[in-house]
Design a protein around this ligand. Structure first.
Ligand code: GLA
Length: 334
C-alpha cells in the first residue's frame, strides 16, 4: 500500500566557531546552510528502498532492522541507523535522494541525510530529540562517536541566524547575522576524517576530564595538572575554544566583526597546534583567505583533516567560494 508522494529537505551546516567542543558538552556556533539533501518518495509498508543520484548502489532493507552496521552499500548504514533507532515507529519508504551538499567536505552531509531519513520514516519528535536520535544512529550505523552539533544545527536552523548551542544543556540561542557581512565556504580538499582519528580525539578529551573534571567547566589554569603534553594541548584547545565561542557571539551581537574575525583565526591556530586536526593545505588556505581585502577572519570548519574553510567578510569583499546563507531547519516540503 503506498500513499501520495512526499518530499523532505534537510540543510547542511557550517560551523562558524567552536569545533571539537560538542562531545565534552561545550559551546558551538554553527548555522544551517542553503545546501540540501532532499528525499522524495512514498511511504510503504515494511521496507526501505532509496536510490541516490550520487551513488550507484540502491539501499534496500526490511523493517524492523537490528544490525544497521551490516547494511551495504555504506551510505545505507546512515539510513539503516536511523531506522534502527526509530524501532517500530519507522514507516517504510520508497524514494530518491538528491544532494547539493558536497560529500566529504565537512558540511554535514551525513547529518543532513540522517535527519531527512528520520522525517521520511515518519519521526515526529522535537528537534532536540530528533538530533539525539540521529546522533545515536550515526554511532550505530557507522561507528563514529560524534557529538550533537551537526544534527542539532540541521534540526534547529533559523533563517538569517547562527546558533549558539550549549551541548550540555542542549539549549540554543539564535544570534542574528548582521546584514552587511558575507559568509563564504571554500572546499579545499576532501576530508580524510578517519573515524579512528576522531575517536582518538574523543578519548583524549575523556582522559583530560578524568584528571581535571568536565572540560566545559574547567579553567585554563587548572589544566597544569595534566602531565601528558598531548592531552594537555587537547584540553587547552577545548577550554580556550569554549571561551572563543562566547566572545565571538558577543562580538557578532555588537557588530565588532574585526574582533570576531580575529577569534576565528585564533580558533584555527588552536585546532592546528593544540588539537592537530588541520593540515598544511588548510593552513595555507586560511592564511590566503585572511589576507584578502575585506576579510575579517577565516578558519577550518568541522571535524578537520581536510574539508572546508569558512570565511567571514565584508559584504563587498570579492572572494572565491560559495557564499552561504543561514536557513531554516530540515522540514517536510509542501
Ligand atoms: C564532526 C562531528 C561533530 C563535531 C565536529 C567538530 O562534524 O560530527 O559532532 O565534533 O566534527 O567540531
Amino acid at each position: 500500500m503506498s500513499e501520495a508522494p512526499l518530499s523532505f529537505h534537510s540543510p547542511g551546516r557550517v560551523n562558524l566557531i567552536g569545533d571539537h567542543t560538542d562531545y565534552t558538552g561545550g559551546l558551538v556556533l554553527p548555522m544551517a546552510i542553503d545546501r540540501y539533501t532532499t528525499i522524495r518518495g512514498s511511504r510503504t509498508k515494511n521496507s526501505v528502498r532509496l536510490r541516490s543520484e550520487n551513488e550507484s548502489e540502491i539501499v534496500e532493507f526490511d523493517l524492523p532492522i537490528s544490525s544497521p552496521e551490516k547494511v551495504s552499500p555504506i551510505w545505507g548504514r546512515y539510513v539503516a541507523g536511523v531506522a534502527a533507532e526509530m524501532q517500530n515507529r519507522a514507516h517504510g519508504f520508497d524514494g530518491e535522494v538528491s544532494c547539493t551538499i558536497p560529500i566529504g567536505a565537512g558540511l554535514s552531509s551525513s547529518a543532513a541525510l540522517e535527519v531527512a531519513v528520520a522525517l521520511a520514516l515518519g519521526d515526529t519528535s522535537t528537534p532536540v530529540e530528533r538530533a539525539k536520535l540521529c546522533q545515536r544512529a550515526e554511532f550505530r550505523g557507522v561507528g563514529v562517536p560524534c557529538g550533537i552539533m551537526d544534527q542539532l544545527a540541521v534540526t534547529s536552523g533559523i533563517r538569517d541566524h547562527a546558533l549558539v548551542i550549549d551541548c550540555h544543556e542542549l539549549s540554543i540561542s539564535p544570534v542574528r547575522l548582521p546584514n552587511d557581512i558575507k559568509i563564504v565556504v571554500q572546499f579545499i580538499v576532501e576530508r580524510k576524517l578517519k573515524s579512528s582519528s576522531y575517536a582518538e580525539r574523543v578519548s583524549q578529551c575523556k582522559a583530560a576530564e578524568e584528571i581535571v573534571g568536565p572540560l566545559r567547566l574547567a579553567l585554563l589554569s587548572s589544566l597544569t595538572n595534566i602531565t601528558d603534553q598531548t592531552i594537555f594541548r587537547r584540553a587547552r584547545h577545548v577550554v580556550s575554544e569554549n571561551q572563543r565561542v562566547r566572545d565571538f557571539a558577543e562580538m557578532l551581537g555588537k557588530g565588532d566583526l574585526k574582533s570576531a574575525g580575529q577569534l576565528m583565526i585564533e580558533s584555527h591556530n588552536s585546532l592546528d597546534h593544540d588539537f592537530e586536526t588541520s593540515t598544511p593545505q588548510m593552513n595555507a588556505a586560511v592564511a590566503t583567505a585572511s589576507s584578502q581585502p575585506g576579510v575579517f577572519g577565516a578558519r577550518m570548519t568541522g571535524g578537520g583533516f581536510g574539508g572546508c574553510i569558512v570565511i567571514l567578510a565584508d559584504a563587498t569583499a570579492k572572494i572565491d567560494g560559495w557564499q552561504v546563507r543561514a536557513v531554516n531547519a530540515a522540514t517536510k516540503l509542501d
